[in-house]
Design a protein around this ligand. Structure first.
Ligand SMILES: *Cc1c(COP(=O)(O)O)cnc(C)c1O
Length: 480
C-alpha cells in the first residue's frame, strides 16, 4: 500500500496517475455537447450504492473508468455555454494548475511552519484585494472557504466590536435581497431572529436607504444597539448593488459596523471599465469577496477583508501546540490567528497563478464581458412579448418569466415556468435557475461564462417557451 503514498519513490507514478485523470477530464471537456445528461437521482443513486467500498480496484485507471459512469458522465458542466443557472463560473486554466500544485504539496495555511511562502503569498493577495477595495493602510484579512464563512466571521467581528450589555439589544440591518447567510450567521452567533432587520428594496432591488435611516433612528430611540449594516454588492438573485456611499454615511453616523457582501460583485475590483460601481466600498469595516464566483476560480476561493487588522483579534486563540503567544513576540506570521479554520487549504495559490498569468485586467475583462452579455440578454427579453423581465442588470443576472399570449391565471403561469425549468434540466439542453419575485415564480440566468453568446440566450428562451407552452397545452386538454 505504500506505493500509493506520494513521495520521492512514487513521483513518476504520481505524474502518470494525475496525467491520466487530467486526460479524461480534457477528453470530457472537449466532447461534452450539453451542460448535463439529464440523469435523475433515481437513476444515479443505485449505481453509487452498488459500489462496494470494501473492495478496492487497486489502481487509479480502474477507479477512473468506474468514475465515468458514477460521476463524469452526469456531472453538471459549468464550462458549457448553456449552463446559465447559479453563481458558478467556468474556471481559468492557471487556477486549475494552482489547484494541482496546492493539493499535491498540501501546505496548511494555519501556521508559518506548515506553509512558509504560502502564508506570504496569501498575505500579498489579501493586501492586493484590500488595496483594490481601497480599505486603507491598516487593512488585512484572510482566505476562507466561501462567502458564507466570510459573512459569519464579519458578523462575529462586528458583534465583538459593538458595545452592549445584553445580546438581545443587538440589531443587524440588511436588505430583503441579501444572502441568507446573514440570518444564518446571526443565528450561529446566538442572536435571536428579530435581531436581523430586513429592509425593503427599490425597483432595482437595492436597499432603500430611507428605510435604513428610519430603522437606525428607531433603534437608537428604543435604546437598542446597531451592531452592523450589511450591504450587498451584487445580490444573489438580481446582481443589484446597494447604494454603498449612503449606507456608509448612515452606518458611520450611528456607529454601526459596515459590512459589504461583495461575494458576487467582487469581480468589479478587477474590471477595467466598471470599478466605479463599487464606489463606497472603501468605507466598509469588512468585505466579503468570493473569487470562486467572479474571478473564475475553482471552488473554494474566498476571503474576508477588514479595514483594521486589529479587529481580527476576535478570531484569535493561542494554543500552546500551534501558535503560542511567544510566536507573536517573535513576529512569526501565523494566519490561524486571523481565521475561523485551523487546517486550511492554500486556495490563494489559484488566484496567485491567475494574476501571474493573466493579470488583473485579464480577469476583469472576462467579468466585463459577461456583464455586457447580460445587457444584450436584457434587450432580447425586453423586446420579446413572451417574457416579462424584472430589472435591467447591474451585473450579469437576468430574472424573467414566460407569459403566455392567451389570458391564463397567475398560478398556471407559475406552474408553466416551474415546469419549463424542470423540463429543461431533464433534457440537459440547458440549465437555468429559478427564484420567486413578489410571490410569483420567475426564472433566472446567472451569466458567468464569456463563451455564452446572445444566440445561446435566444435559443434557450425559445426552449423555455416551448416547454412552457407544451405544459399549458397539456393542462388545458386535461381541464377540458
Ligand atoms: C454566494 C453568495 C454568498 C455565499 O457564498 P458561498 O461561497 O456560497 O458560501 C454570500 N453572499 C452572496 C451575495 C452570494 O451571492
Amino acid at each position: 500500500m505504500r506505493s500509493h503514498l506520494l513521495n520521492d519513490v512514487t513521483a513518476e507514478q504520481y505524474r502518470r496517475s494525475v496525467t491520466e485523470g487530467v486526460e479524461r477530464v480534457a477528453h470530457r471537456l472537449a466532447t461534452t455537447r450539453r451542460p448535463f445528461s439529464g440523469a435523475t437521482p433515481d437513476a444515479l443513486a443505485p449505481r453509487i450504492s452498488a459500489v462496494d467500498l470494501d473492495r478496492p480496484l487497486g489502481d487509479s485507471s480502474a477507479a477512473l473508468d468506474e468514475l465515468s459512469g458514477l460521476y463524469l458522465d452526469d456531472a453538471v458542466y459549468f464550462h458549457h455555454p448553456r449552463y446559465l443557472a447559479h453563481l458558478n463560473c467556468p474556471v481559468v486554466i492557471p487556477a486549475v494548475v494552482g489547484e494541482a500544485v496546492l493539493s499535491a504539496v498540501n501546505s496548511s495555511l494555519d501556521t508559518w511552519d506548515q506553509s512558509t511562502g504560502g502564508t506570504l503569498i496569501e498575505r500579498r493577495l489579501i493586501e492586493w484585494t484590500a488595496d483594490r477595495a481601497g480599505l486603507g493602510p491598516a487593512a488585512d484579512g484572510v482566505f476562507t472557504s466561501g462567502g458564507s464563512q466570510s459573512n459569519l466571521q464579519a458578523l462575529l467581528l462586528a458583534r465583538e466590536e459593538a458595545k452592549y450589555d445584553d445580546p438581545a439589544q443587538l440589531r443587524v440591518f440588511t436588505s430583503e435581497s441579501s444572502h441568507f447567510s446573514v440570518e444564518k450567521s446571526a443565528k450561529l452567533l446566538g442572536l435571536p431572529a428579530r435581531s436581523v432587520v430586513s429592509l425593503p428594496t427599490d425597483r432595482e432591488r437595492r436597499m432603500q436607504t430611507v428605510w435604513l435611516a428610519a430603522e437606525l433612528e428607531r433603534c437608537a430611540a428604543e435604546g437598542l444597539v446597531p451592531m452592523a449594516v450589511v450591504a450587498t454588492a451584487g445580490t444573489t438573485d438580481f446582481g443589484s448593488i446597494d447604494p454603498l456611499p449612503e449606507i456608509a454615511e448612515l452606518a458611520a453616523r450611528h456607529g454601526a459596523w459596515m459590512h459589504v457582501d461583495a461575494a458576487y460583485g467582487c469581480g468589479l475590483l478587477a474590471s477595467p471599465t466598471r470599478r466605479h460601481l463599487l464606489d463606497g466600498i472603501e468605507r466598509a469595516d469588512s468585505v466579503t469577496v468570493d473569487y470562486h464566483k467572479s474571478f473564475f476560480q475553482p471552488v473554494s476561493s474566498s476571503a474576508l477583508l477588514v479595514r483594521d487588522t486589529a479587529t481580527l483579534r476576535h478570531a484569535t486563540h493561542h494554543a500552546e501546540y500551534l501558535n503560542p503567544r511567544r510566536a507573536v513576540a517573535e513576529r512569526i506570521p501565523n494566519q490561524v490567528d486571523k481565521s475561523l479554520q485551523t487546517t486550511r487549504r492554500f486556495d490563494a495559490l489559484k488566484l496567485w497563478m491567475t494574476l501571474r498569468v493573466m493579470g488583473a485586467d485579464g480577469v476583469g475583462q472576462l467579468f466585463d464581458e459577461v456583464c455586457e452579455l447580460a445587457s444584450a440578454g436584457f434587450a432580447l427579453l425586453a423586446a420579446d412579448p413572451r417574457y416579462d423581465v424584472v430589472v435591467s442588470p447591474a451585473l450579469s443576472t437576468l430574472v424573467f418569466r414566460y407569459i403566455p399570449a392567451d389570458a391564463t391565471g397567475p398560478h398556471a403561469i407559475d406552474r408553466a415556468n416551474l415546469h419549463a425549468r424542470k423540463a429543461l434540466f431533464a433534457s440537459g439542453d440547458a440549465v437555468v435557475a429559478g427564484t420567486s419575485v413578489d410571490g410569483r415564480q420567475y426564472l433566472k440566468f446567472t451569466l458567468l461564462n464569456p463563451e455564452t453568446t446572445a444566440e445561446d440566450i435566444a435559443a434557450v428562451l425559445d426552449l423555455i417557451a416551448d416547454h412552457a407552452e407544451q405544459y399549458l397545452g397539456e393542462n388545458l386538454v386535461h381541464a377540458s
